[in-house]
Design a protein around this ligand. Structure first.
Ligand code: UDX
Length: 487
């Protein structure tokens, strides 16, 4: 057993991975992938057919690896069996159809079949508890059920924690539950790794096929070798850099990644709020200029109404809570979250300023999804915005090309829904742009002028050209007051 996160397992050249001397935790792929693929074909099972689990299952199966998708939700299982994705993700539907037809992916509610595969990935959800701390109950249940299923198995079985879990969970809770229920110990018969994912909604399939890295955390050499072997089989010559480290470090990589990205968004939103005070300044110019510095980088510098999605808020809360329990207050991460919360209130404030007051005003909210090309509204800024607008007495009519069915579950009759952007704008006192959908981006200044009662526009996604919209009552996040040009 190895104790330190700095300890690495060196894999031999014959396994297709080279040990990199300079950086002890860092392993880069060999130029030639000499791994022997003639051994018996791999089979995996994935517990939790949510977003990550299903995309992971489809991509593994698409590379010829026999995959079993396991979920307690029978309706979801039935849908997957029919080759139909129960969630929206580009490329997923066609990939799923293909692998189900070729019998490479099989879905079931029966976790005992996991014992017939070599490796089981846990991809169940890890939601927040009311105090922000991580809820590991799905992990505990899945691990216990899996352990029971593995009790009678004679061959080696590897368990991989892909769910986002706070440091110590894999080697603590998961190991304990797994060893107890399987009556085996990690080593000769049973393997355990932490292996976080970094999939983005909207590009998850591409991200899974072309990741920028693979992070494997384990204290057990055999576990690492088995998982590395599976990934070499999957990626062949395109194997990305593989970082081998302790389970705790692997778990923290995931939180550090999301916390950094969220902080980048809150940072640029802070600069946007400063830019709004300065005549003639546009935060887009600032982002473009600083992004050219390779130390900063140009991505994740789009100012907007605040981040949303299933990960950032949940993971920041979990790592803040985790740190505080370890007697460290991560003030930067708290500020990231607070800045994000305030950003939505600032959007409401912009509408209030344009309209004088909000009670009884008809406000068209264009875009509900937390980003474009998804129907996901989890933690979306639009939901925070609608709650605030309703509290202030505004009448809301919302439009989104995909996210209305999900939003209706949250606001069944508190707001109205429009069939298209134009009908949302009809008779509105103000329009607030909350998602950067191409379809909304295509609207012209004259559309707002033609349909709205008064063309008050709050562009929280900065998708319109301020010049074109200058004849309307147009305000945008990160855009300072217009500066009269000297002729
Ligand atoms: C994120 C991480 O990117 C991914 O690695 C992790 O596995 C899950 O969480 P996702 O939730 O799909 O992925 O969304 P992402 O594309 O990262 O966007 C998150 C939020 O930040 C969105 O609301 C988006 O609109 C916002 N954002 C992003 C900005 O406001 N500005 C930016 O420049 C980038």
């Amino acid at each position: 057993m190895l104790g330190s996160s700095q300890t690495i397992f060196s894999l031999s050249h014959s396994q297709g991975i080279t040990f990199c001397q300079q950086s002890p935790d860092f392993i880069v792929p060999d130029k030639v992938p000499p791994c022997n693929l003639k051994t018996k074909s791999a089979s995996i099972s994935i517990v939790g057919m949510g977003y990550v689990g299903l995309c992971t299952a489809a991509t593994f199966a698409s590379r010829g690896i026999r995959t079993i998708g396991i979920d307690i939700d029978q309706a979801r299982v039935e849908q997957i069996r029919r080759g139909k994705a129960p969630l929206h993700e580009p490329q997923l539907d066609s990939m799923l159809k293909n692998v189900v037809r070729r019998k490479l992916l099989y879905a079931t509610s029966d976790i005992s079949v996991a014992a017939h595969t070599d490796t089981t990935f846990l991809t169940v959800g890890t939601p927040s508890q009311p105090d922000g701390s991580i809820d590991l109950s799905y992990i505990k249940n899945a691990t216990e059920d899996l352990g029971n299923a593995l009790r009678e198995k004679h061959d080696y079985h590897l368990v991989v924690v892909k769910s986002t879990v706070v440091p110590g969970s894999t080697n603590g809770t998961v190991k304990r539950f797994l060893e107890q229920s399987s009556r085996k110990v990690i080593g000769a018969e049973l393997g355990l790794c932490a292996n976080p994912e970094f999939l983005k909604e909207g590009t998850a399939i591409n991200d899974a096929l072309h990741p920028d890295k693979i992070v494997i955390g384990s204290n057990d050499k055999k576990s690492v070798n088995e998982l590395a072997k599976l990934y070499r089989r999957f990626y062949g010559a395109t194997l990305p850099p593989v970082i081998l480290t302790s389970p705790e470090a692997a778990e923290l990589v995931k939180y550090a990644s999301n916390a950094f990205l969220a902080t980048k968004v809150s940072f640029i939103n802070t600069i946007a709020n400063i830019a709004e005070k300065i005549p003639g300044v546009d935060v887009g110019t600032i982002a473009e200029a600083i992004g050219l510095d390779p130390r900063i980088g140009s991505l994740f510098l789009k100012a907007g109404p605040g981040y949303g999605g299933s990960c950032f808020h949940k993971d920041l809360q979990a790592i803040i809570n985790y740190s505080q329990n370890k007697n460290y207050d991560p003030i930067l991460l708290r500020a990231t979250e607070e800045t994000n919360e305030q950003q939505t209130s600032r959007v409401v404030g912009m509408a209030e300023k344009l309209l004088g007051s909000l009670p009884s005003k008809r406000i068209a909210v264009l875009g509900l999804a937390f980003k474009k090309d998804t129907d996901d509204i989890r933690e979306a800024a639009s939901i925070r915005l609608i709650n605030q607008l309703k509290k202030k007495g505004a009448r809301v009519i919302a439009y989104d090309p995909m996210a209305i069915p999900n939003t209706k579950k949250q606001f069944p009759d508190q707001i109205d829904y429009a069939e298209n952007a134009q009908s949302a704008l009809r008779g509105a006192d103000c329009a607030i742009i909350m998602t950067e959908w191409d379809l909304i981006r295509k609207l012209k200044a004259k559309d707002f002028q033609e349909y709205m009662k008064t063309p008050n526009i709050v562009d929280a996604r900065r998708i319109y050209d301020p010049e074109e919209f200058s004849l309307l009552n147009y305000v945008s996040i990160g855009l300072g007051p217009r500066q009269e040009r000297n002729s």
